[in-house]
Design a protein around this ligand. Structure first.
Ligand code: ADP
Ligand code: MG
Length: 245
């Protein structure tokens, strides 16, 4: 039994241009409920933009996005962002709020909890990432790894159906990376639906159910890790893997 009420996510034929720059050129991505899809590829290939389109921070020029089999393009984008949690490279915590308030804020704003309920739930969520004792300090007093745990707790507090991670460990000191990857692995094993943009090839190979290699706004290859890492079909993926592994 999954500990999360995860949903499936599907992107179909996503196109997006910034002016003349065609950043996404017909991307398909299918993430069954409770599975983890990792997205790898060189810098500038459109990985972050794909995540931003899938939670409608940017509207696609063409294509559809389905959550649990239903198109969400006509829904209120705020509602979609409540259903999809997002964790960024730079944590994006509010610097002037305490750690506890960082987690409680959206619970009050988006889930409509009272101040006390939000505080209680924030503390419970912080406890799950081992940081309940830091609830009353400012984020800047924490290590990068701890700040990223707070960001993950904040996202999970919304009870999302899907979690997005955009290079969540890239800004961390090397000794802190492992802890965050372990937390992400626990979420994946707990049945969360996840889309993970990452340079951590170990995580991609060992934790994800599918790997998608993006280059130039195209999903060049996609499949189970064993296929993508051990039997790459294209020169582009072979070259990428020989550069990063
Ligand atoms: P990745 O995450 O794979 O490194 P991005 O999705 O960040 O790639 O960027 C893909 C391309 O889109 C790049 O050429 C980048 O310059 C361009 N791009 C990203 N965001 C914007 C934006 N807001 N306005 C214009 N161009 C953008
Ligand atoms: Mg990026």
């Amino acid at each position: 039994m999954s500990q999360f009420s995860s949903g499936s996510l599907e992107a179909q034929g996503i196109h997006l241009a910034f002016g003349a720059n065609k950043v996404l050129r017909g991307i398909d991505l299918t993430v069954p409920a409770g599975t983890t899809a990792s997205v790898i590829g060189p810098s500038g290939s459109g990985k972050s933009t794909l995540l931003r389109v899938m939670n409608r921070l940017i509207e696609p020029d063409a294509g559809d996005i389905l959550l649990d089999g239903k198109s969400v393009l006509r829904d209120n984008p705020d509602e979609l962002r409540r259903r999809i949690g997002m964790v960024f490279q730079q944590f994006n915590l509010f610097p002037h709020k305490s750690v506890g308030e960082n987690v409680a804020f959206a619970l009050r704003k988006l889930r409509g909890l009272s101040k006390d309920q939000a505080r209680e739930e924030a503390l419970a969520q912080l406890d799950l990432v081992g940081l309940k004792h830091k609830a009353d300090v400012r984020p800047a007093t924490l290590s990068g790894g701890q700040q990223q745990r707070v960001a993950i707790a904040r996202a999970l507090a919304m009870k999302p159906e899907v979690m997005f991670f955009d290079e969540a460990t890239s800004a961390l000191d090397p000794e802190l990376v492992k802890g965050i990857l372990a937390l992400m692995t626990d979420l994946a094993k707990g049945g969360m639906t996840m889309v993970v943009v990452t340079h951590e090839m170990g995580f991609s190979r060992n934790v994800s159910d599918t790997v998608t290699f993006m280059d130039g706004g195209v999903a060049v290859e996609s499949g189970p890790p064993g296929q993508v890492f051990d039997a790459p079909q294209t020169e582009r993926l072979k070259r990428f893997l020989s550069d990063v592994l």
